[in-house]
Design a protein around this ligand. Structure first.
Ligand SMILES: [Zn+2]
Length: 393
């Protein structure tokens, strides 16, 4: 079989940045080896930038792609959420058009796998013929216990549509039911979600705003504004006296991998507690950062240096077009690199590839240039914050 040879300005293998190396793959992109440039022989394709395994986007909402430029930057999270839940009634063709364009944008950027949140099955037909691998997170919203069973049944029906659409896909894919956030899931709903997600990869928006803690500590705060849109004039959640992560993580103990998304106001103490809890209960935690979304909504950055120093597993996501200027992991890498110069670039690249693949439990195929994997090839321009899929043709 004819081999392909690639030499870029630098090579990133999933863990380390390497100089003067050549990547050799089979013609279908299966990794063969990494050799010294001096030993690579002829027909080496020269590329400018960092050649790395396909990028992993652990947090996206493809179905919200039509909300690009609809909500202005820096509105603050609570106002933002109120806008997202009230801005409905977009034409179905427009929604499909934007989903199609966003999927193509991610594919061209060298994103090979996506953890994608959806409250609907609007993305089903695009995903059915996509060349990206999809971990569908069908996101449950269920504020009160009395509606828990009804809500779970509704979201299960959306999950069934997505699973069916992807049935014929030759690529790996999965769908799971997931909680939206600590401020939108009732205790009975959390318990049902724990039961139906045994050993699955799930996700939850966590610690995105300080008011989340206030809600569980005192039953008050800015989230009451969001609840009033749904006709509730008090918090439907129990007052635990604890922060939000400590209040909701104990609902889970069935071997799940849980992607905690955003973590903008997490602390070392909470991470220590969560690490201990996860170990005791046999669950895996992954901290997902979406720095450009935090900059867009609140003009804040997540505590990436704290996460790095504590050795927590970190992965990256773009979040949706309602809160980002583009769906580009390269742009997320650039922003993290700019705002956190003390974190080695190698580490950020690792978060965007191998760690992301581990979080989605697809590291048997993606995330590194290990022999036998078929991870896709992405070329990163770190200065521009852009990337592209490297063609095998
Ligand atoms: Zn999100």
């Amino acid at each position: 079989m004819a081999m392909l040879k690639f030499k870029a300005t630098q090579l990133f293998d999933g863990e380390r940045l390497l100089d003067d190396k050549v990547l050799i793959t089979q013609s279908d992109g299966t990794i063969e080896s990494i050799v010294e440039a001096s030993d690579a022989g002829e027909s080496v394709r020269e590329l400018r930038g960092i050649l790395m395994p396909g990028l992993i986007n652990c947090h996206c909402h493809l179905e919200l792609s039509h909300l690009k430029d609809v909500i202005a930057p820096h509105t603050g999270l609570i106002e933002f959420l109120c806008s997202v839940v009230t801005k409905r009634n977009f034409p179905a063709e427009l929604i499909q058009e934007r989903i199609t364009a966003a999927e193509q944008e991610m594919y061209r950027n060298g994103i090979v796998a996506v953890g994608d949140i959806g409250n609907t099955a609007d993305t089903a037909s695009v995903k059915a013929s996509s060349r990206i691998c999809w971990q569908n997170f069908v996101e449950v919203l269920s504020f009160t216990d009395d509606k828990a069973a009804e809500n779970m049944a509704h979201y299960q029906s959306q999950l069934n549509i997505l699973s069916k659409a992807l049935e014929g896909s030759p690529l790996p894919h999965r769908s799971s039911l997931v909680p939206h956030a600590p401020y939108s899931i009732s205790p009975a709903t959390f318990r049902m979600l724990n039961e139906v997600t045994q050993e699955q990869v799930i996700s939850i928006h966590s610690q995105e705003h300080p008011a989340e803690n206030e809600l569980y500590q005192q039953g008050g705060g800015d989230y009451l504004k969001l609840f009033s849109i749904f006709g509730m004039n008090a918090s439907p959640f129990p007052i635990t006296g604890q922060g939000s992560l400590r209040s909701v993580l104990p609902y889970f103990d069935r071997g799940q991998t849980i992607l905690l998304v955003h973590n903008t106001c997490t602390t070392q103490e909470e991470m220590d507690w969560a690490k201990h809890y996860a170990k005791e209960k046999g669950i895996q935690l992954q901290y997902c950062l979406c720095i450009n979304a935090n900059l867009y909504i609140e003009n804040k950055v997540p505590p990436a240096a704290l996460l790095y120093r504590s050795g927590s597993p970190v992965v990256l996501g773009t979040d949706s077009y309602s809160s980002n200027w583009q769906l580009s992991i390269a742009s997320e890498i650039k922003s993290l690199h700019q705002h956190f110069p003390t974190i080695p670039l190698e580490t950020i690249l690792h978060w965007s590839t191998l760690q992301g693949a581990r979080a989605l439990r697809w590291d048997d195929r993606f995330g590194s240039f290990q022999k036998g994997k078929k991870p896709g090839l992405a070329l990163l321009d770190i200065e521009a914050g852009t990337s592209s899929l490297v063609s095998l043709q």
